[in-house]
Structures are given as C-alpha cells and as structure tokens.
Design a protein around this ligand. Structure first.
Ligand code: BEZ
Length: 226
C-alpha cells in the first residue's frame, strides 16, 4: 500500500514520447503523475488540456508532468489531437499507455484481480485510476489526491501544494490553511524561540505559543529606523 513518504514505485513504460524508465525520467527534479481511466472521456479531456496550459508553471518549479491513461499510445495520439482542438492547449508532456494495467496496479489504483489488459475495460471499471501523485527529487511520494470520475480535478491546487512542498523542503516552516505564496507561514515546532529570533529578526506573530506566524518577505528593519 502506498502512503506519503513511500518510494514512488519505478517502472518502464511506453509513452507518447517514447519508452521511459520512470525514475530516470524524473531525474533530479520533482514530478507529477496524474492518471486517467480511459481515453476520450470528457472530464479527463478538460483536465489534460488544463495541465498542458499549466506546464510552463511546473517547468518554472523544476517539475516534470506526465499523464497516464489505460489505453494504448496509438489511441492517446488521436485523443491528444482532440484535446488541443477543444481545450486550446497542445499536450507537450508524455502520456503513458498503461495497456497492461501495470502502473495502475503498481500505484494501487487498480486491484491485482483487474488482470493485465485494458481490452474490454470501461471507464467505469477503471474509475479509480484518477489519482495525482506529487513525487520529490528523492523519488518519495509527497502527495496523493484521488478524485471521483464526475469531478474535474483542481490542478491550481496541485500547483499550490507544490509551492508549499518546495518551500517547506528548504525552510523549517509549514504553510497554514489556504496558504498562497507570499503569505505568512508557520514556524516549525522544532525551531526554538531562541533560534527563531536569529532566523527571523523581523519578529513573528504568536497568538498561542504553538502558533507562530512569520512573513518570509519582510526584511528586518534597518537599525535606527523609526
Ligand atoms: C471522464 O469524464 O473523464 C470520465 C468518465 C468516466 C470515468 C472516468 C472519467
């Protein structure tokens, strides 16, 4: 069973951009793997188009994106044409053709009893293949979000979580509810007040001793400033 901090299982797969070894493809950066039950499904069409539009934002964050659908890449290539036509964005990221349900099973999105072929499978019996995985440079799973087939995913939220994950990987902070980049962050409980004073000489708000909120943007006041 996969959990946050599990190693993202490695695999070799055919994609719309050639064969990849997943871990090698990730390289030293971050990655997002997002899955789809079947090609030519309406909600997924909108999702893949939106991700194509967001790809430059992920690139700015040193993050590669890769889709997966339980159909062959010959079918993906036809679907990708429709996606560009209807969603206005060309899909430039690879799409895995998971014809043997290998990745879907490896990532616990389908049970072993689902067998080893996509043939004869319907969107409904692949409906659980709708997960977003965020994977760190250490190849560990940082986030898993599984959506129902009737609800399009919020990929702006995935970008927001990625910003939080990347910030909290380098600073001893966490991010509060609905946080967006630039807003106050929470000083980690592992940082003593004494150390926090050194790190954040600008000071912080502390409505409770366990809740210390600091702005990372605020520069310390110059000495002698009024
Ligand atoms: C979709 O509309 O994308 C969809 C339909 C059925 C199952 C899964 C996804």
């Amino acid at each position: 069973m996969l959990r946050i901090n599990s190693e993202a299982p490695n695999f070799t797969a055919e994609t719309s951009q050639g064969t990849i070894n997943f871990h090698d493809w990730i390289g030293d950066g971050w990655a997002i793997l997002f899955s789809h039950p079947k090609d030519f499904t309406p909600v997924c069409t909108t999702e893949l188009g939106y991700m194509a539009g967001l790809q430059p934002e992920f690139e700015k964050r040193n993050t590669k994106i890769i889709g997966l659908s339980v159909d062959p890449i010959s079918s993906h290539s036809k679907w990708l044409v429709d996606i560009e036509e209807t969603q206005g964005h060309k899909v430039n990221y690879p799409m895995i053709g998971d014809t043997q349900l290998k990745v879907a099973q490896l990532y616990d999105m389908l049970p072993a009893e689902a067998g080893d072929t996509c043939e004869g499978r319907t969107p409904a019996n692949n409906a659980t293949v709708r997960t977003v995985f965020v994977i760190g440079p250490d190849k560990k799973i940082k986030l898993m979000l599984t959506y129902p087939m009737s609800t399009g995913r919020n990929f702006d939220e995935v970008l927001r979580v990625l910003d939080s994950l990347q910030l909290t990987a380098k600073e001893q902070v966490s991010t509060p509810v609905n946080w967006k980049p630039g807003e106050d962050v929470v000083i980690a409980g592992t940082v003593s007040d004494e150390d926090a004073k050194k790190k954040y000489p600008q000071g912080w708000k502390s409505p409770k001793p366990y809740l210390r909120l600091v702005s990372l943007d605020k520069k310390p006041e110059p000495v002698g400033a009024k």
